[in-house]
Design a protein around this ligand. Structure first.
Ligand SMILES: Cc1ncc(COP(=O)(O)O)c(C=O)c1O
Length: 340
């Protein structure tokens, strides 16, 4: 399987209008403040570009990852329609903890299904939010399947999943709308469109938000680079083949990105509007995490994957040419989680 995909024409594609803004709701939550956009001049010099900035999501609404932006907005939408429902979800870690946190915020309960390989420490963090944690005998995709079955068994339960499939698209759309807050904050601090945004990808919902945001009609269309673990590169495989292509996954340090199936809602947006995708190894992600740490940015393996990805692209002349960046390019890396 190739570890690189480029489709320069995808930058010309235009998305639809944005959904209802979640930002006023986020601003009403305790502890809300925009996360930092940190300049990394030494990385810009290393890569031979104008500026590199990292969006540091290591402290977001009291949690160490961006996922609560989507989970909080989706939980609110679900509970507006079904007050007091028991929230059900499956997770590689961050989303489930965020749903559990929001259940506690709204004074209700949550059941969180987790894959067999989840570290005990991660499961304990989810349980510490007050959720019931159920370990399934399988991977992330299996945990999603079991969670959906469990939710469908009772009308008192509501599934809050951050991936879509045919027939289950409303909640994932709210989750993607929630991620817009992060992108609005970047626009506010940058004051201009970046030339490239590098996104860590699991099922592709965050990348869906990024592509949709940066392909609005009449606005600048920066390059969007999807970065995945080489052991779970379902978006790269799908883009390469031109159709959703599930992949077998294996353990990776990029636990939050360990997903084998692209979200059905993300797929058409990524197929049409994502112009570049790359996969990275655990070693590359860990090196990037250590480098960001040395520069004062707490970034776990998922958070650091965009730095690993952009290195894998810009140090390869053929790939670099395909991105066609200006000499003074401004790059934004989404560091979606801190070191946990
Ligand atoms: C820290 C982190 N980064 C990136 C992702 C990938 O997001 P998505 O699954 O929407 O592609 C996740 C998903 O859980 C995550 O936890």
């Amino acid at each position: 399987m190739s570890s690189w995909y480029a489709s320069p024409a995808a930058r010309a594609w235009s998305s639809g209008e944005a959904g209802p803004a979640a930002r006023p709701f986020h601003e009403s939550l305790p502890g809300y403040r925009p996360t930092p956009l940190v300049p990394l001049p030494s990385i810009a010099a290393e890569l031979g570009v104008g500026r590199v900035l990292v969006k540091d999501e290591s402290a977001r609404l009291g949690l160490p990852a961006f996922k609560v932006l989507g989970a909080s907005w989706a939980c609110k939408q679900v509970l507006d329609r079904r007050p007091a429902a028991v929230l059900v979800t499956a997770t590689d870690g961050n989303h489930g903890r965020a749903v559990a946190r929001m259940a506690r915020h709204f004074g209700i309960t949550a059941t969180v299904f987790v894959p067999a390989v989840m570290l005990e420490r991660t499961a304990t963090l989810i349980a510490s939010e007050g959720a019931e944690v159920v370990r399934v005998d399988g991977d992330y995709d299996e945990a999603v399947r079991v969670a959906a079955l469990h939710a469908n068994e009772s009308p008192a339960r509501a599934l809050v999943q951050d991936t879509a499939w045919p027939g289950y698209e409303d909640v994932p759309a709210w989750i993607v709308d929630g991620y817009e807050t992060l992108l609005d904050e970047i626009d506010d601090s940058l004051g201009r469109a970046p030339d490239l945004v590098a996104v860590p990808v699991g099922v592709g919902s965050l990348a869906q938000a990024v592509v949709a945001h940066h392909r609005r009609p009449g606005r600048a269309h920066p390059s969007v680079l999807s970065v995945e673990p080489d052991t779970a590169a379902c978006v790269l495989a799908s883009l390469t083949r031109g159709r959703p292509t599930p992949v077998e996954t294996a353990a990776t340090v990029m636990a939050g990105m360990n997903c084998g199936t692209v979200s059905s809602a993300a797929w058409p947006v990524l197929r049409d509007g994502c112009d570049a995708a790359v996969s990275v190894t655990d070693e590359e992600a860990l090196r990037a995490s250590a480098d960001l740490g040395a520069l004062g940015v707490s970034s776990g393996a998922c958070g650091a994957a965009p730095l690993a990805g952009i290195r894998a692209v810009l140090t390869d002349p053929a790939r670099r040419d395909q991105l066609d960046l200006p000499a003074d390019a401004v790059l934004v890396l989404l560091s979606t989680e801190g070191l946990q």
